[in-house]
Design a protein around this ligand. Structure first.
Ligand code: RM4
Ligand code: MN
Ligand code: MN
Length: 429
């Protein structure tokens, strides 16, 4: 099974190019009429990137079942091949966010080289102390970094420090820490002491961080703990990040909030205080659904990117949160979902660049609510498909990544080369 070649992409693009030109030129004229520079917007769209999750190329599942598809990646090298394909067609995912120990190998130089051969590098490393691994001396059943037993905490700290070491070998610059720690019964654990233990444990990890690294603290309201989680919300992650120091920042996973929480406001707050470290993009209807980005709430994603655009204007180019996708693809071909999601994220971001920030600020100052709303919504109401397609094509990607992928026969070849994994098991990935 071979990667999709530049020639194949160009061939596929050929049949779509004339229509695309017409659409792009029409949009460019429309944008110019609004005082925007279409060329600058294309260049800006080309500069955008979001990391693919290594765990996202396998079929996901629920706690009830997992229904794997054909040609599932068997190991991290297969995952890199699939991620490389997503990038070659979309030109949006030049990095992969790995998860350990899921992606553990003997030789990390070899892994880094393998990524490079697919045109990829590594983004934030994710540690995993929410599961027990085969042969692991102590269990995380009652917690990891916040466990009452110091020996368990030390094991979890050591795993995170190992992740930093692996990340250094891979060229990563950030560690993302999400823990499943919490409780299922009122009274089961001391809410106060559990947080203290989190601060102690993360401080030990923090001390092992290289100078130019970031530690991203990811909060989540519930699950797997259902009464309380130790880092349940952005208040908790912010307090911890403040306590730890400048290298610690908060990571916002869009699915990790209570229903109806105003996520864009959280984004604005964290950015204002220099603690917005990064994102896990996905969409959510009820909880941590891990649905495809913008498949349910595209406006919410747009509003998040509007806050990011505002923060960039205020803070300047030093403002650069880490963007990652974190989804569970249960009913689709994961490669297709990742391409679609990366495009939707790029779309929301491109739309957010169309807002007339000065006019919006003036309307806000004048308390002209309706004008402010219309100015904000103008970007969302603009179909930027031709603009982001133009950015993709100029970067060597496909005009229609999903159609091109389907025409390539990649999945069928993968199914022949990668023996099927037994069906029927439940699991998050
Ligand atoms: C969690 C959380 C983490 C991810 C795991 C697989 O809910 O979102 O970021 O690493 O799932
Ligand atoms: Mn996440
Ligand atoms: Mn999650």
């Amino acid at each position: 099974m071979s990667a999709i070649t530049a020639d194949f992409i160009a061939d596929q693009n050929r049949t779509r190019l004339a229509d695309h030109r017409e659409d792009f030129e029409a949009l460019a004229r429309k944008l110019a009429r609004r005082g925007l520079d279409p060329e600058a917007l294309v260049r800006d769209a080309m500069a955008f990137a979001v990391a693919a999750p290594s765990w996202g190329v396998g079929t996901g599942g629920t706690r009830f079942a997992r229904f794997p598809g054909p040609g599932e990646p068997r190991h991290v090298f297969d995952k890199l091949a699939d991620c490389g394909l997503v990038h070659s067609l979309t030109r949006l995912t030049p990095t992969v966010s790995p998860h350990f120990p899921w992606d553990k190998v003997k030789d990390y130089t070899e892994l880094r080289e393998a990524a490079k051969s697919h045109g990829l590098a590594f983004d934030a490393v994710n540690s995993n102390t929410f599961q027990d691994q085969a042969g692991q001396p102590l269990s995380y059943k009652f917690g990891s970094l916040t466990h009452t037993d110091k020996a368990v905490r030390e094991q979890a700290i050591a795993h995170n420090v190992e992740c930093v070491e692996i990340g250094r070998a891979l060229g990563s610059k950030a560690l993302t820490v999400w823990i499943g720690d919490g409780s299922n019964f009122a009274g089961q654990s001391s809410l106060a002491r559990a947080f203290d233990r989190y601060l102690d444990s993360t401080a030990a990890i923090y001390r092992a961080l290289p100078e130019d690294w970031r530690m991203l603290l990811e909060h989540k309201l519930y699950e797997p703990a259902f009464y309380s989680t130790v880092i349940s919300d952005w208040g908790s992650s912010y307090l911890a990040a403040q306590h730890l120091g400048p290298k610690a920042e908060c990571l916002v996973d869009l699915g990790h909030h209570a229903p109806n929480v105003n996520i864009e406001q959280i984004v604005a707050r964290l950015a204002r205080f220099g603690k917005l470290g990064g994102f896990h993009f996905n969409d959510s209807k009820y909880g941590d659904d891990d649905l495809d980005a913008a498949s349910v709430e595209p406006f919410r994603l747009y509003l998040v990117f509007h806050e990011l655009a505002e923060a960039r204007r205020t803070i300047g180019p030093s403002f650069s949160p880490a963007y990652m996708i974190d989804q569970s693809h249960n009913v689709t071909d994961p490669i297709e979902s990742l391409m679609q999601s990366a495009i939707e994220i790029a779309r929301a971001r491109a739309q957010a660049q169309l807002v007339d920030a000065d006019a919006l600020a003036a309307a806000q100052e004048a308390n002209d609510a309706l004008t402010a709303h219309r100015l904000l919504k103008a970007g969302f109401l603009t179909d930027v498909s031709p603009l982001i397609a133009e950015a993709r094509v100029r970067a060597g990607g496909a005009l229609d990544p999903i159609a091109t992928y389907r025409a390539s026969g990649y999945r069928a070849a993968a199914a022949r080369e990668r023996p099927a994994i037994a069906a029927g098991s439940a699991g998050i990935v």
